[in-house]
Write a protein that binds this ligand. Structure first.
Ligand SMILES: Nc1ncnc2c1ncn2[C@@H]1O[C@H](COP(=O)(O)OP(=O)(O)O)[C@@H](O)[C@H]1O
Ligand SMILES: [Mg+2]
Length: 213
């Protein structure tokens, strides 16, 4: 079985897409966004294509593309469609696969299914992207607890933002998770700056190992 990761987040806007682009680029992996809600701005797949330094064959088509930039269940309602979470399954590809979820773990896909319900079925190791700013300990520990309760293996936590050594240590210790590293805010986001930051701040070997949990 080829390496697969789910890139989950404590929230929307925490840096999942930027981290995914860095990881996909570093591993020459494939990227898949199962549900894209919001098509007017650059989509996450387009961002990953722009920032990973890889060609478009590394970005697999989304299962659902919904126009409104809102929770997937609402975006689907607006289009008169219903996402079938049981039909969502990771595509085959010729290498490692990085899957970015929409929003946070409890973002709804339908009026009765959450994103985390799909992760509980897949059991693919999750990397939790989390901010370093104030409030992150609470959001991170809640997310870790929710993943554990559903038997989702946690590969580790990837911090995004300015260093907060106290908060980062608290999350790793209280959450009993591996801190994979911290991606700083980059004033200029380019494939080059992102690749350099990833190499500096993470150990590639950590993403080649099997999940500890
Ligand atoms: N390491 C970073 N350096 C600079 N900007 C970042 C970084 N990580 C995220 N951003 C910016 O923050 C915003 C949200 O990031 P994004 O990766 O799209 O979050 P998510 O996928 O969790 O919604 C975007 O505008 C993105 O460019
Ligand atoms: Mg995203």
């Amino acid at each position: 079985m080829r390496r697969r990761f789910v890139i989950a987040g404590t929230d929307t806007g925490v840096g999942k897409t930027v981290f995914s682009a860095a990881l996909v680029g570093a591993l020459s992996a494939f990227y898949w966004k199962p549900v894209q809600a919001g098509l007017a701005e650059e989509t996450d797949s387009q961002t990953v294509l722009r920032l990973s330094g890889l060609d478009s064959t590394h970005v697999l088509p989304e299962a659902w593309r919904l126009a409104a930039p809102v929770s997937p269940h609402l975006a689907a309602q607006l289009e008169g469609v219903v996402i079938d979470p049981d039909q969502l399954s990771p595509p085959d590809c010729d290498g490692a696969l990085v899957i970015e979820t929409a929003g946070g773990l409890m973002t709804p896909l339908t009026s009765s299914h959450l994103t985390i319900d799909v992760l509980a079925r897949w059991k693919i190791p999750a990397i939790l992207c989390t901010r370093t700013s104030l409030g992150t300990i609470n959001h991170s520990l809640l997310s870790i607890e929710a993943l554990r309760r559903r038997g989702v293996p946690i590969h580790g936590v990837a911090f995004v933002g300015d260093e907060d050594a106290g908060a980062q240590a608290a999350i790793a210790e209280l959450g009993r998770v591996r801190a994979l590293g911290r991606l700083p805010y980059l004033p200029e986001l380019t494939p080059q700056s992102l690749r350099q930051a990833f190499v500096r701040c993470f150990r590639l070997a950590d993403f080649r190992e099997e999940c500890a949990e």
